[in-house]
Design a protein around this ligand. Structure first.
Ligand SMILES: [Zn+2]
Length: 127
């Protein structure tokens, strides 16, 4: 399933009322939305706190791994290779944080700015 566009309001018509639907992304903090007017499905941007949290968590995980290597070497031991697993998770978290900072948020026209579709009149046949 293709990822829905990331937008604050409906990217198709700008309508602000929506239904909450299950998120289609693997990591999502809020449910996806479906416009009540035109049924277009869209996703909310990742919150800033979540982006920063993932990057900070990743940096801490990698920092802990590097500290464990330094500690092992200072004690004359070989570093434990299993300590690399949290560091890999840390890399994945940093990757997610950086990707979410680069996600493209679509600017939709507000519902009021939307061009109204002309209603058919009984005199259209004269044109
Ligand atoms: Zn819509």
């Amino acid at each position: 399933m293709a990822h829905p566009p990331i937008c604050r309001v409906c990217p198709a018509c700008g309508f602000t009322k929506y239904l909450r639907v299950e998120p289609s992304r693997l990591i999502a903090f809020v449910k996806d939305r479906q416009c009540k007017e035109c049924f277009t499905r869209y996703a909310r941007p990742t919150p800033l706190w979540a982006k920063l949290f993932f990057i900070c968590f990743g940096v801490l995980a990698i920092g802990g791994f590097l500290l464990s290597i330094v500690e092992s070497l200072m004690n004359g031991n070989m570093p434990n290779p299993s300590a690399a697993l949290p560091a890999l998770w840390g890399l994945a978290c940093i990757n997610f944080g950086v990707i979410s900072f680069r996600e493209k948020v679509i600017d939709a026209p507000t519902y009021a700015q939307r061009k109204p579709t002309p209603r058919p009149t009984p005199f259209d046949f004269l044109n």
